[in-house]
Design a protein around this ligand. Sequence first.
Ligand code: SF4
Length: 361
Amino acid sequence: MKLFDENWTPLLMDWFDTHKRDLPWRTDSPRDPYKVWVSEIMLQQTRVEAVKAYYTNWMEHFPDIPTLASAKEDDVVRQWQGLGYYSRARNLHTAVREVMETYGGRVPETREEIRRLKGIGDYTAGAVLSMAYGKRETAVDGNVLRVFARIYNIEENILSAKVKKEITALVRVRQDAARPGDFNEALMDLGATVCIPGQPRCEVCPLSSVCKAKAAGKEAEIPLRVKKKEVPVEPVTVFVMRAGELYLLHRRPSKGLLAGMWEFPNCVGEGGQGKKALTAELAAIGVRVEEVSGPVKQIRHVFSHKVWQMSVYEARAAKDVISPLVVPSGWRWVPVTELADFNLAGPHNRILRDVDELTTK
Ligand code: SF4
């Protein structure tokens, strides 16, 4: 890959100084590494506009590392509710505890140390080190790859490790040595507002005079798009299971998808087969299903690696389970008024919101 001769960094920095986005995590000077860290973790797979309110709320609850480190996990996950990908919140919680124990509450300043913290990858490490500590570190994500692929007219798959490595080297060469954090943020802003996916806004771009893709008329074709893999759809049968005024909840295993969160009883399967299988599973824990009606709701929940197509039924337990209400560990009968206090997994939280039997209580 050949380096472009012209040094376009000043063009980008001048543009950033007048067009920088006004974001709640950019208000301090110097920047607080904890705040940069939280915002970058929230921004993974979530849009900036959606993150703003969550970030503000989070900082009200957990304004600094000691407060977050001493918080209960349930509270941490509750404040994350709605953002999805809950492992991000759990990893952040684990990592700030490690910062307290190992680094006396101060986020480490070297890439090697910060990368050892749970949930911090190359990109987040570079963002925190450059923005909060002024280190000359790169932060290369999909936005930066796209912008660089266009500036240098790179007609290769930007998701390949080889191209990513080459682009990272180019970023390092062009990075403003005096303002490395601002340079990284300038690239983020350019990628988010001007050099956007699809049809970029070259007419307002500070780099249009030096951009090779634009010169070649290929700005909309680059970067090379790699087709996304289709994710499998898994049918799931869910019972909103009632005994008198109580509802049955189950806690998911402490590892794996939606780890440790609560859910309504469910199993993989659909239609008559799904109902039969779930009825048998509940019988095995001593809950005899007397009546099932519905489905009252169909919910489609998309994960990165699969889709749950959920058929939600209302179900009633036979009278003989109402007293005594004994269920094995990991299961709980809960009054309807307390359901919202449980950390329900995202798709099950939607059931709580959407199913009439529950919302009309
Ligand atoms: S000129 Fe167009 S394609 Fe090139 S960097 Fe600017 S917005 Fe992107």
